[in-house]
Ligand binder design. Sequence first.
Ligand SMILES: [Zn+2]
Length: 423
Amino acid sequence: MLHLLLLAALSLLAQVPSFSPALAEHPAMRNAFAEVDARASQIEREWITLTEIPAPSKQEQLRIEYMKKAMARIGLTNIEQDAIGNVWGTLKGTGGGPQLVFAAHMDTVFPLDTQIKVREENGRYHAPSIGDDTGALVALLHAFDILRLQNIRPKGDVMFLATVQEEIGLLGAKFWLEHREQKPDLFVAVDSRLGSVSYGALLIEQYRFLFEGPTMHTLASRGNANASRGAARFILALNDMEMPPSAPGGNPALPVANVGTLGGGTVVNATPGQVFVTVDIRGQQPQTEQLLVEQVKTLAQRAANQERLTLRIENINLIHDYSKALPKDVRLNHPLVQTTLAVTDYLRLNGTNKTLPADSGSDDHNIGVALGIPSIGIGAIIGHAAHSTGESADKASILRGTKYLILLTTALAGWDYRPAPQK
Ligand SMILES: [Zn+2]
């Protein structure tokens, strides 16, 4: 009963987003927005600098050092680093508001020896990781800096969390959230396209299928089992498989099963004793995801049987347990989502006043969703071709993104409009 009342109260709150245009029209907020434009070249320079610092997952050290210094520079307090490299600092609130966390990840998918030199062309910056997720780190730094300089003090404490190991299974955010005794009230991952609002978690399962057979000299291989044929059969079967339908109203590109890496064998003149294929399976509905995983495993086993091979299946990533996640309606109607939508629409980030939130997302906020913490995924820049060396981002988008983060911080953590004390 209490539970029902709570739900009713939540959905009532949701009808009245705490965002009011008066917040955006306050003189201090106007000054803050003007300051973003005034320091455009400084923001752009920092975006380039940070992008050119390599930080593959588990090798984020250089960016960790950079972010610690940058957090100190912008006046965050209680700057800390944990055992795996997450770094965070706090913008202390005036009291009485929710504790809000903004997370962006420092790691990239590009190895240390990748050439990273930002190039500008037709209003776009081109470089690996320029968009994912370096732009968000820089936008957050400047948003917090400007909030402090304009003396806009949110009520709740606002934390800036720069995570590690996001690209290999959201491991940094997972470590951080699981180790925090007191969980934050609100968790916002800044890692997707400016204007998008995700309040759910994409289900992700990743497996390595190992086909194993005899190793024999090429001269003895004729007519014998060959692990490469098992892998080949499996890949073709995956390609021909009928996919389960998309979630009603969901992303039509999902569910999906993608072969991302494959390999095996040790020498040219022998059969490979082992050939592996990895499959990344993503969907929006737990039932469909389970069905798809079973289907993929069945196909792998069939391919192995047909070629008289042994099959081993390994889990690549820890699979997040979503049993504690809040129900979809509660997540959607939460003021975190509704207020964020109101701010997004006020700034017309999508050119409309009706941004559609997605019951999806595959960023650090998935961990918050899994733990039952009100969590969303948003973006601060408009990027293209993430995870490829041809990655790029719209140069001007970071200025809109920084303003968005400034306004969103005050809308979510509260701001009591007190005039700035003179100093
Ligand atoms: Zn990312």
